[in-house]
Design a protein around this ligand. Structure first.
Ligand code: NAD
Length: 256
C-alpha cells in the first residue's frame, strides 16, 4: 500500500535554516529528501536522512536534468513513499570580499568588485535552480496539490551592508520568480510563496552583524533558524491554504 506520509524536498540542508527546517518537518512526521553540495552531514542527523540525501551541485546547470532524474528516482523509491507535497528552495550562496574594505570593514561585493563568474555562480544556485527544480518536478507537485517555498532575503529589497550585489539581485529576482510561479502554478493547485529572512543566527552572517541588530532591528536580537523553519512549515500546510504569491518577512521588523 502506498504511504500517505507527505514528502518535503529541501535544497541546502546541511546547516543553518535548512537544518532547522529538516528537523521541524521530520518532527511533524514528513519524509524529508535533501539536496546539498556536501555529502550527508552527520552534524544534522535524522533517521532515514543519509538514505534520503542527494549530493549535487546546484551551480552545475548543465546537469540539472540529471539531478532532477536522481530526485525523481529517490521520490519513487517504495520504502517510505509519499507524494511530493513541498519543495523548499533554500540553498543559497553569498560571496564576500576576501578582505573587508579598509575604512568600512565591510566584506560587501559591490558592482565594481563582482566578476562575471561570481554573477553566474550566484544566479545558478540562488535563482535558476529554484525555477528549474520546480519546473522539473511540477507533475509531482501537482499530483500532491503541493506547495513551493523560495527562501529570499531582506537584501532583495534594500541595500544591505554585507550582502553583495549579485546576492541581492538574485534574491530580488527570486521574489519576482515567486510571483510568476504563483501565477503559473496556481491554476493547477500548486501554491508558491517566499520567505525573506533578515539576520538569522547561522554561519552566513558576517562579523559586524551585532551593529545591525542594535541599529536596525526593533526586536534587538537575531532570529533563530527554528523561527524561520516554522514559517516555512506554515506555508507548506493547509493552515496557509489561501496564501499564494506572498513574500513574508521574518526579520524582527528590520524592514520597517
Ligand atoms: P548556510 O550557508 O548555512 O546554508 C546554505 C546551504 O546551501 C548549505 O546547506 C549549502 O550546502 C547549500 N548550498 C550552497 N551552495 C550550494 C550548491 N552549489 N549546491 C547545493 N547546495 C548548495 O546558509 P543559511 O543561513 O542557512 O541560509 C539558507 C538560506 O537562507 C539561503 O538561501 C540564504 O540566502 C537565506 N538567508 C539567510 C539569512 C541569514 O541570516 N542566515 C538571511 C537572509 C536569507
Amino acid at each position: 500500500m502506498a504511504s500517505t506520509k507527505k514528502t518535503l524536498l529541501l535544497t541546502g540542508a546541511s546547516r543553518g535554516i535548512g537544518h532547522a527546517t529538516v528537523k521541524h518537518f521530520h518532527a511533524a512526521e514528513w519524509r524529508v529528501v535533501t539536496v546539498s553540495r556536501q555529502p550527508f552531514d552527520k552534524i544534522c542527523p535524522w533517521p532515514q536522512g543519509e538514505k534520503d540525501h542527494i549530493q549535487a551541485d546546484l551551480n552545475d546547470v548543465d546537469h540539472y536534468d540529471e539531478i532532477i532524474e536522481r530526485i525523481r528516482a529517490k521520490l519513487n523509491e517504495p520504502v517510505s513513499g509519499g507524494q511530493l507535497a513541498a519543495l523548499v528552495n533554500n540553498a543559497g550562496i553569498s560571496p564576500k570580499l576576501p578582505q573587508p574594505l579598509a575604512g568600512t570593514g565591510s566584506p560587501r561585493m559591490g558592482v565594481l568588485d563582482t566578476a562575471l563568474t561570481t554573477w553566474q555562480n550566484v544566479f545558478n544556485v540562488n535563482l535558476y535552480s529554484s525555477a528549474l527544480l520546480a519546473r522539473g518536478l511540477f507533475d509531482e507537485l501537482k499530483a500532491a496539490q503541493g506547495s513551493v517555498v523560495n527562501v529570499t532575503s531582506i537584501a532583495g529589497s534594500k541595500v544591505h551592508p554585507f550582502a553583495g550585489v549579485a546576492y541581492a539581485t538574485s534574491k530580488a529576482a527570486l521574489a519576482a520568480l515567486t510571483r510568476e510561479m504563483a501565477h503559473d502554478f496556481g491554476p493547477h493547485g500548486v501554491r508558491c510563496n517566499a520567505i525573506a529572512p533578515g539576520e538569522i543566527d547561522t554561519s552566513i552572517l558576517s562579523p559586524g552583524t551585532a551593529d545591525i541588530v542594535e541599529r536596525e532591528i526593533p526586536m534587538k536580537r537575531l532570529g533563530k533558524p527554528s523561527e524561520v523553519a516554522q514559517l516555512i512549515y506554515f506555508l507548506c500546510t493547509s493552515q496557509s491554504s489561501y496564501v499564494n504569491g506572498a513574500e513574508i518577512h521574518v526579520n524582527g521588523g528590520e524592514h520597517v
